[in-house]
Ligand binder design. Sequence first.
Ligand SMILES: Nc1ncnc2c1ncn2[C@@H]1O[C@H](COP(=O)(O)OP(=O)(O)O)[C@@H](O)[C@H]1O
Ligand SMILES: [Mg+2]
Length: 207
Amino acid sequence: MVEVPYKYSIVGKKNNNTLIVKVDEDVLEIRQLIVLSDDHEVFKVDKMNYIEFRSDINRLREYAMFIVKDAPEHYKEANLLEQQICELIKNAIRHGNKNDINKKVKVWYSFENRVKVIVVDEGEGFKEVDDWNNFNLARTISIFKQDFENIMNFISWRGRNVNEMDGGNALFAAIEYWNGGIYFNEKGNKVCAIKYFPDSPEYEKYK
Ligand SMILES: Nc1ncnc2c1ncn2[C@@H]1O[C@H](COP(=O)(O)OP(=O)(O)O)[C@@H](O)[C@H]1O
Ligand SMILES: [Mg+2]
């Protein structure tokens, strides 16, 4: 586990996905990846759209575009929605299904009042969520402190199964984008991501 280079204390929680962290006299809100059991309600797929793909990395953008085409225009700001959905599917193809073209990626999605996407792969799963959260905490604090010497240690997170093709940084942006949370099942082969926009009644709570 990476050392957090500052004294900090966790003084509270906001929603189900954000830690309130005190660093010296400052208070930061730092989101976390959450692990939940498969039967948790965030993974319920009733009334969601469904599509499945083969694990063909060359068709990644096509897959993401297919999903995003049904979203309301104002959910597509700066192409971020497509890009963020792309990253989740890319992780399923590369880390989960190991680019095995015969393995499927299943995606459920809905744009009712918010964006909710569930991506399931046939892999062994992301097991290092605690380690990633700890790394992200240390990284966020170092950036807040403008501690450039330390920031260099936090450019990318490298888990056990990475290769040099992996940038190791997509989830840092993802955790900012998906303000309603990123939830993995315990196995780690299913991820649910939720994004609220300003027109949603939940937005104030999650922004
Ligand atoms: N579906 C998945 N199955 C297994 N591991 C995953 C999955 N999604 C994410 N991970 C793990 O999370 C790490 C961080 O993901 P990310 O930030 O997208 O960086 P990268 O994909 O470039 O390594 C990955 O390196 C991988 O170890
Ligand atoms: Mg990735």
